[in-house]
Design a protein around this ligand. Structure first.
Ligand code: NAI
Length: 478
């Protein structure tokens, strides 16, 4: 257990009170992480030997951690998920109407890919004006999260999975996520599927949450959708999450360390408590998980609420520790108006099988057909004709200059004067018709010639065909 920062220690105490009262048989070992570790000089918020202890224990219940402001500190939350291979993030978002304000029927589980996408954290400043962030989506990454979502849905009696991407714009990265979703879905004919573009999909989560069952999304969209869903359900303070990997798992509330109310016995411990319930199910202690969850529902139903959820149905407004004692006092009881939960014993998901399956795509014939050279260029009033002239001279007899784009939009040949131009140019060179077979020596020669002319190339990206299919996007307007 990591007791966390801000409200972390108080909600951790509250959760331990309930676990002990329920006879969960948990003997938590405290692992130091977060603010104190950052300030002790560990830039990632955790000491090297703690990683080893964590890997031995294999299951972490983590209270929220504060990432100190300022340069150099990396979010430990993201580091933990990625270093420990916790590829699946499961966030149930349930409404509790009529006991709490919220939609009458909402029971959505967001399954978010947890390691890839723009969260790879690979960012560069390339020119005076331009920053870039790499979005990485891999076939094995898509396969394991899609398979996890279907296995999870099947094991939990869910009927429908909605996949949300933006593949109309990101045809290759989000396109792969959707394609693999469709491929994997064929193995689960009993589960209904749909795909929605993420913008309208998220809007519908906000307005018609009852139409969703399980939502599957890449990392960034999943992060946003799950916060929207948690807030729509009633309060982000109630939402739990599980981060699952082949050998380790981490359970945490969706909310942060809430420094504004820390140390005042005001915080709602429910998000962490429900995360502990998910942990107990993961550990196969379903009966005790069920007892705690139902006692918690009964507590809400009896009108015993912390300040953040207090409203019309509140009969007793309590602090963090008193709330935990009220839940403990109701162990063995079930809710009367809200639906009780049940966690029947079942085989755990075979995570090794989910993650070990080989990618369906076989080895392709990969052919180099050209190169995109990205230039930092700020001369001649940024006239693309001028840049094209210099580039064509440099590439003469080696490769053909095909197109120049600025922020992805074609500016040469036949660009429009209205197109805004920054100091960052993507210059696409392709193999000449009379010399169609090229290799990286040609790329290196080209770069050498650009260097000789004093042209500042900031990166190059080879263009490959895979079994004859272009593995690169076309320029907008091309
Ligand atoms: P936050 O979730 O901590 O707080 C947002 C608002 O919700 C605040 O008004 C807070 O008082 C309230 N709130 C949050 N949890 C509550 C609870 N259990 N009971 C009652 N009220 C609650 O988000 P914020 O302010 O953006 O972040 C604060 C710190 O938390 C930052 O250092 C951030 O990096 C960290 N953080 C950590 C996370 C984690 O450990 N998984 C996740 C999100 C943020």
């Amino acid at each position: 257990m990591a007791r966390g920062d801000g409200i972390g220690p108080e909600i951790s105490d509250a959760v331990v009170t309930v676990l002990e009262a329920a006879g969960a048989g948990i003997d938590p070992v405290e692992l130091p992480m977060g603010e104190a570790e950052y300030l002790a000089g560990h830039a990632s918020g955790i000491a090297p030997d703690t990683w080893e202890r964590l890997r031995r224990h294999r299951v972490l219940l983590k209270a929220p951690l504060t990432t100190p402001q300022g340069g150099g500190y990396k979010s430990l939350n993201v580091t933990l998920r990625k270093r420990l291979g916790l590829f699946a993030n499961v966030r149930p978002c349930t409404s509790y109407a009529p006991v709490l304000a919220g939609p009458p029927k909402m029971d959505v589980v967001v399954i978010r890919e947890n390691e890839e996408d723009t969260y790879a954290g690979i960012e560069h400043r390339q020119t005076d004006e331009v920053m870039q962030c790499l979005k990485l989506i891999t076939r094995p990454g898509c396969e394991r999260i899609a398979r996890y979502a279907f296995d999870w849905a099947r094991a939990n009696g869910r009927r429908r999975i909605s996949c949300l991407t933006k593949d109309n714009i990101m045809k290759m990265t989000d396109g792969l996520f959707r394609k693999v979703f469709v491929e994997v879905a064929r193995e689960y004919p009993e589960i209904e599927t749909e795909h929605l573009i993420v913008d309208i999909g998220t809007a519908r989560v906000a307005t018609r949450p009852e139409r969703f069952d399980v939502i599957l999304a890449p990392n960034l969209y999943g992060d946003i959708i799950s916060d929207v869903a948690a807030e729509v359900a009633g309060s982000i303070g109630l939402a739990p999450s599980a981060n699952i990997g082949p050998s380790l798992a981490m359970f945490e509330a969706v909310h942060g360390s809430a420094p504004d109310i820390a140390g005042q016995d005001l915080a709602n411990p429910s998000g962490l408590l429900l995360s502990a319930v998910m942990m107990l199910v993961h550990l196969g202690r379903n009966a005790v998980a069920e007892r705690i969850h139902n006692a918690w529902l009964r507590t809400l139903e009896d009108g015993v609420h912390t300040a953040d959820i207090a409203g019309a149905s509140t009969r007793l407004r309590v602090g963090t520790q008193a709330f935990a004692r009220e839940v403990a006092a109701r162990l063995g009881e079930v809710p009367q108006r809200l639906s009780p939960v049940s966690y029947p014993e079942r085989e755990p998901l075979d995570l090794a099988a989910i993650t070990a399956r080989p990618a369906e795509a076989g080895v392709c014939r990969k052919t180099l057909v050209g190169v995109d050279v990205f230039m930092h260029w700020d001369l001649g009033e940024r006239d693309p004709e001028l840049l094209a002239r210099v580039l064509k001279q440099a590439a003469d007899g080696l490769l053909d200059l095909q197109v120049i784009t600025n922020r992805g939009v074609k500016v040469w040949p036949n660009g429009l004067p209205e197109t805004f131009r920054t100091d960052h140019w993507r210059c696409r060179f392709v193999a000449r018709p009379d010399r169609p077979v090229i290799d990286n020596v040609d790329v290196v020669l080209l770069l050498g010639r650009l260097q000789q002319r004093g042209l500042d190339f900031v990166k190059c990206e080879q263009l490959y065909d895979f079994d004859g299919v272009p593995g690169y996007s076309q320029a907008q307007g091309q």
